[in-house]
Design a binder for this molecule. Structure first.
Ligand SMILES: Nc1nc2c(ncn2[C@@H]2O[C@H](COP(=O)(O)OP(=O)(O)OP(=O)(O)O)[C@@H](O)[C@H]2O)c(=O)[nH]1
Length: 222
């Protein structure tokens, strides 16, 4: 390999995921880092770590260290230390749980306190999770947008369950931290396509579904 072909070392970034218990922080980190989702709730005690390497346009490799902080740590002594040194903070709430949105004010205050003495402030992203439960939404999108505008947060809506926009969310945050602009095509490429299997009804039942007869067994919902 010639000198010019040598890969430059990965950039390393620390991202901290904060928010109330059950807002979906572990699910979000697991979906992003392992492309998996578990329905069963298991409370995070303290914190968990995830590592994921992504490549941004221009062949820039970035290793993301994702710190998934348990929702119960809000009153604890360790929280400052967990947050300290992060280049990015994801404030996560559940769009069907208004309290989880309201409590982000407290979480954000903890971020400001932890970085009081540091010269560089982390980039903060507001993440509304569980958009697969849109019909149960209790936090209006204009409330979300206002909170972003008032504090200079970037805005994201995701579903850890379906994977909708999860990769895009982490990609956009990483690009913002590194000052890289993603174009529309690059962002569209990162949009997750949800694949839903269609139920195949027995022949005799098909009469009831004659107008909705699908040619393909797979439906792509974007
Ligand atoms: N429908 C739906 N459920 C979700 C989604 N994300 C997480 N959940 C469910 O919400 C519950 C809580 O998810 P967790 O990821 O454990 O929440 P957490 O924020 O890490 O909770 P703590 O560990 O207590 O801080 C689990 O039952 C998940 O399966 C989502 O996008 N959609």
């Amino acid at each position: 390999m010639s000198d010019s072909e040598e890969e430059s070392p990965d950039r390393q970034l620390k991202l901290v995921v904060l928010g109330d218990g059950t807002s979906g922080k572990t699910s979000l980190a697991t979906r992003f880092a392992q492309e998996a989702f578990g329905k069963q709730y298991k409370q995070t005690v303290g914190l968990d770590f995830f590592l994921k390497r992504i490549t941004l346009p221009g062949n820039l490799n970035v290793t993301l260290q994702v710190w998934d902080i348990g929702g119960q740590t809000i009153g604890g002594k360790m929280l400052d230390k967990y947050i300290y040194g992060a280049q990015g903070v994801l404030l996560v709430y559940d769009i069907t749980n208004y309290q989880s949105f309201e409590n982000l004010e407290d979480w954000y205050n903890m971020v400001k306190k932890a970085n009081e003495e540091s010269e560089i402030q982390p980039l903060v992203a507001l993440v509304g999770n569980k958009i697969d439960l849109e019909h149960m939404r209790t936090v209006k999108t204009d409330k979300h947008q206002r909170f972003c505008q008032e504090n200079g947060f970037s805005s994201h809506f995701v579903s850890a369950k379906t994977g909708d926009s999860v990769f895009l969310c982490f990609q956009r945050i990483t690009a913002d931290i590194l000052g890289i602009k993603l174009n529309k095509a690059e962002m569209e490429q990162s949009q997750h396509v949800v694949r839903a299997e269609l139920v195949k009804y027995p022949e005799e039942d098909n009469q009831h579904y004659s107008t909705a007869n699908c040619q393909s067994k797979i439906c792509s919902v974007q």
